[in-house]
Design a protein around this ligand. Structure first.
Ligand code: PRX
Length: 665
């Protein structure tokens, strides 16, 4: 099991931070949705012991159904045939847009903080409805019908959300690909999803630098002949961007001729809403499938309780819409509650390290949600970037994507939160759709570094990794599993249900296997210990070691490669690649540079190996299998506890390996 460094020092003796009084007894009298542990326990017990009553109530409270459901759920984790509200019908874009536009068209749906400081603008619910409808009509004019897939490869601009919502309005399945992925990664996803249309922009802008978004799409589509149309939003207006009139359509021209109303298509609660590709243990990314009703409920309900959203709140999640966090907490969750969501196009250090905090002050943000990597990076710049801004609007500040080390937690709490906000360390995954382990701001006493307790309806288990037996009671460590289906869980992997079963449901039959190690301390708090598979977590982004290895192998100089995660103070883990070269190729620095370039080209900059070590031999078993465990230990500085080496075919390579790592790291 890989143990996360972020949890070092975490124990049940850790400091406990009670919910801030300011939230529990607010001056304005608006009580948190859940304001004590007793209340949490009552609701949690109801969600587990009386699920039909609980889910019927919340699903009717938070969602407007076109056709009400009569059954809450069916199927089991054992059989992998879970369905929620299966006979209910709804439309997500109606729920996220029309409901609020009809009630209050002037309410702000999105605050758009553009890359250049000072270029903020707002999109009201009334405007959003028109934009979503016009775009839906464009998509219909392309011949798209319910069930077709559309790929979205866009910068962080409101139009990215408009594109998602327009798909949802028609029952189209969207697959958003993070715009930092390379053309070959994009092509792989577009082909796997069988997308017929790609929605993109001419260019992106990040930290003042243009990104060649459309050019990357053009490269990708050289190998995707089935794509019929590319809809291009004009973000920068750079006239040098190539345009193929047989295939490309300008967004602004297309919507100009469309009616700004489009009836929402009512879909089944179990119809797919989106595919989102994520890295697994093998080289090929998985298209995780989320469906409609259960996902929307998970998004809305977690946002309401975990961030304690009330009328007038301005919620800011800094994640890119290319990740699940952007889907659930930039787009679907906030809009399902009729809230205001901030879309942040830039980077936290542009023009300087106060960008986030200026953003909070300028837009009076009430809840702020980011990743530990950003927190750690900004902390290094010093407190003054934070303290010079008025952050008094903040009530809840959240963390997601990787374990947050207690030091970073404390800085976030004291300096950003001013000791007056609740810090919510939310544990979840692309596959879980929404938070599964998390504190509730008005209720849960926090322990820095622990994601605390399960959300409503989530029944957790810690299993012995070898026997699969459930470890009862407190003070136990093992692998994290979930014992019963919950509404926003993924239903399958696109085109490969067998892989879905094998990855999540068969390792421990009857349980959902999360892929993380975890402990439950003496007080029943959950601590996530990091991935137990060949997935590493770099800055909160999931990366498959096999995917990076496959990219390296594509280079003609490479004979073999092995990739592991090395502990990194800033990014949690960093990619460390070991490579052996083909006979006759000299191990030079130039080769190393070439190999790093190869990975960036094949996957994208997020997969850049931080360290690349050329070795003559990789540690292998006598049958020729690479022993990655040894590499992981060596890069973690634990070469003195390598464990059983009896299977290692040539122990004499270890000394060279250890000294090369010591020189490189
Ligand atoms: O290892 C866990 C880590 O991120 C993984 C999920 O990655 P992804 O699907 O990309 O989704 C990230 C955003 C939800 C998990 O298996 N992880 C996520 N949140 C936490 C975390 N590890 C520790 N603490 C967290 N709060």
């Amino acid at each position: 099991m890989t143990t996360s460094t972020a949890q070092e020092g975490a124990s049940e003796a850790a400091a406990i931070y009670p919910p801030p009084q300011r939230l529990v007894n607010p001056e304005n009298g608006v009580k948190p949705w859940c304001s004590s542990m007793e209340e949490y326990e009552t609701l949690y017990k109801e969600s587990i012991n009386e699920p039909t009553k609980f889910w019927t109530r919340v699903a009717n409270e938070l969602i407007t159904w076109d056709k009400p459901f009569t059954r809450v759920s069916q199927g089991s984790l054992k059989d992998g045939d879970m369905a929620w509200f299966p006979d209910g019908q709804l439309n997500i874009s109606y729920n996220c847009v029309d409901r609020w536009a009809l009630q209050d068209p002037e309410r702000v749906a999105f605050v758009y903080e553009a890359d250049a400081p000072g270029e903020a603008s707002k999109v009201t619910y009334g405007e959003l409805l028109k934009q979503v409808c016009s775009l839906a009509n464009v998509l219909t004019s392309f011949g798209l019908r319910k069930g077709d897939t559309v790929a979205i490869y866009m910068p962080m601009i409101p139009e990215a959300a408009v594109a998602m919502l327009a798909c949802a309005r028609l029952g189209l399945v969207h697959t958003v690909v993070f715009a930092g992925f390379s053309s070959s990664s994009l092509a792989e996803r577009v082909a796997d999803a069988r997308a017929r249309v790609v929605i993109t922009a001419d260019e992106g802008l990040r930290g003042g630098r243009p990104i060649r978004t459309k050019a990357i799409v053009d490269e990708a589509l050289l190998t995707c002949p089935e794509v019929e149309k590319v809809l291009v939003f004009r973000r920068t207006g750079n006239e040098a961007v190539a345009f193929n009139p047989d295939r490309d359509v300008w967004w602004h021209e297309a919507i100009a001729s469309q009616r700004p109303y489009c009836p929402p298509v009512s879909v089944s609660s179990e119809d797919p809403l989106f595919l989102l590709y994520t890295s697994g243990s093998t080289g090929k990314p998985k298209g995780v499938v989320h469906t409609t009703g259960g996902y929307l409920l998970g998004a809305a309900m977690t946002l309401k309780y975990v961030f304690d959203i009330h009328d007038g709140d301005v919620f800011c999640c800094t994640a890119d819409i290319g990740w699940i966090t952007g889907h659930t907490y930039v787009v679907y969750g906030p809009l399902a509650l009729g809230s205001t969501s901030v879309i942040f196009e830039s980077v936290p250090t542009f023009p300087d390290a106060s960008r986030y905090w200026k953003l909070v002050e300028d837009h009076k943000i009430t809840q702020f949600y980011t990743a530990p990597t950003a927190i750690r990076a900004l902390r290094r710049h010093g407190d003054s970037y934070v303290t010079k801004h008025d952050l008094s609007s903040l009530r809840v500040i959240g963390s997601v994507g990787e374990p947050i080390n207690p030091d970073a937690w404390t800085w976030y709490n004291n300096i950003v939160g001013g000791g007056k906000c609740a810090v919510v360390d939310t544990y979840w995954q692309t596959e879980t759709g929404s938070h599964v382990i998390t504190p509730l701001p008005g209720a849960t006493p926090a322990k820095p570094g622990s994601a605390t307790f399960p959300f409503f309806g989530v029944e957790l288990a810690i299993l012995d990794p070898q026997t699969g037996e459930e470890l009862e009671g407190n003070d136990v460590s093992g692998v994290l599993a979930i014992k019963r289906p919950w509404p926003s869980m993924a239903r399958t992997i696109a085109g490969d249900h067998k892989r879905f079963l094998e990855t999540y449901l068969r390792p421990y039959p009857g349980y959902y296997f999360a892929g993380d190690g975890a402990s439950r301390d003496a007080d029943g708090y959950y601590w996530i210990r990091g991935r137990v598979d060949d997935v590493i977590n770099v800055s909160g982004h999931r990366m498959s070691t096999a995917e990076v290895e496959s990219a390296l192998i594509c280079h003609p100089a490479v004979a073999e490669s092995a990739v592991v995660g090395a502990p990194d103070e800033l990014t949690g883990q960093a990619i460390c690649a070991f490579v052996t070269l083909k006979d006759g190729i000299e191990a030079t620095d130039d080769v190393k540079v070439e190999l790093v370039k190869e990975v960036r080209h094949r996957i994208g900059p997020i997969a850049t190996p931080k360290t690349l070590i050329l070795v003559d031999e990789l540690p292998k078993t006598r049958s020729g299998k690479i022993i990655r465990r040894i590499l992981r230990k060596v890069v973690a500085g634990e070469a003195d506890t390598l464990g059983d080496l009896s299977t290692l075919s040539d122990p004499s390579i270890l000394d060279v390996l250890i000294s090369k790592v010591a020189a490189a790291l």
